[in-house]
Design a protein around this ligand. Sequence first.
Ligand SMILES: Cc1cc2nc3c(=O)[nH]c(=O)nc-3n(C[C@H](O)[C@H](O)[C@H](O)COP(=O)(O)OP(=O)(O)OC[C@H]3O[C@@H](n4cnc5c(N)ncnc54)[C@H](O)[C@@H]3O)c2cc1C
Length: 287
Amino acid sequence: MKETLTYLAPANLDSLFQLMADYPQATIMAGGTDLLVEARKHGLPSYLLDIKNLKELNYIKIEAGYLAIGAATNINAIKESPEIEIWCPALRKAAEAFGCYEIRNRATLGGNVMRASPGAEFAPLLWVYEAKVRLLASSGFREMAILDFITAAGKTKRMPNEILEAVLLPLYDPKNSLQGYRRIARVAGMDLASLNAAVLILNAFDPEARQMRIAFGAVAPLPDRPTEVEALLAGKKITRELLAKAKVMLYEHYQPRATSLRATPEYKKIMTGNLLEMMLEEMGMIS
Ligand SMILES: Cc1cc2nc3c(=O)[nH]c(=O)nc-3n(C[C@H](O)[C@H](O)[C@H](O)COP(=O)(O)OP(=O)(O)OC[C@H]3O[C@@H](n4cnc5c(N)ncnc54)[C@H](O)[C@@H]3O)c2cc1C
């Protein structure tokens, strides 16, 4: 590693891609809230390419059936967005739980996705929304399901000449769907989630047509949708008896690693079912 740090701050996307071509070794930095913590352990990269203030990556807008959130949009902007309140209220809830005001003002959605941490705040929601990512290179863009994009903890399919440009959330009719988010942490103040969970219910008010999407973070190497539990709860009234079966299935489905810093495997296994119950209770879905 060279001793000096070269800090590059492009004014627009054209200049970003020129700098990426000129300095292929440069590390992209958005809010820097993961990168600078990493730098304490491994040292700063020699070249930093700061994308945080690029207007082209800072937006929240509706486009062709999706809510598109630019990768450099910070978490406070997500928390305060009226569009997100309408279309993705559970995402707002996750933004409220995230860090503290100062961290939320720097941290970005794009950085959260690219860090690909198993316990990332937004991951279970992006899984139940079946979100897509849009990657941009100087030659054009491509889109991919988030499920295919994140391949392992800390690993994605981004190519070196690409940036994450946006996260695309399908629009689910709020009159017909319900969504929830819950997390548990060791302390009430600022702490990463020990376990987090999301639910999206489609055709929520018609038990026979009801579809369930459930996802958990920080309980497996990747965020996970327990599809057999989704199938069990779909298309019928959710009674206490049915929920008890779902909780047993969840308990058996997950084998969290023993080395987790934030909670024991047994606690996480039990809490998957409890978080699901809390969210369904809040939604008035248990009969
Ligand atoms: C005190 C503190 C509290 C925190 N609390 C939480 C919390 O409650 N929940 C939570 O989930 N996380 C939390 N975090 C972790 C961190 O804030 C988040 O993961 C955040 O979303 C990272 O975004 P960033 O913009 O700061 O990313 P950066 O640190 O700038 O970047 C992270 C990684 O993504 C890459 N990258 C960033 N943007 C792009 C892009 N557009 N295209 C390609 N690559 C890109 C970078 O090269 C880097 O590898 C916390 C961190 C701290 C220090």
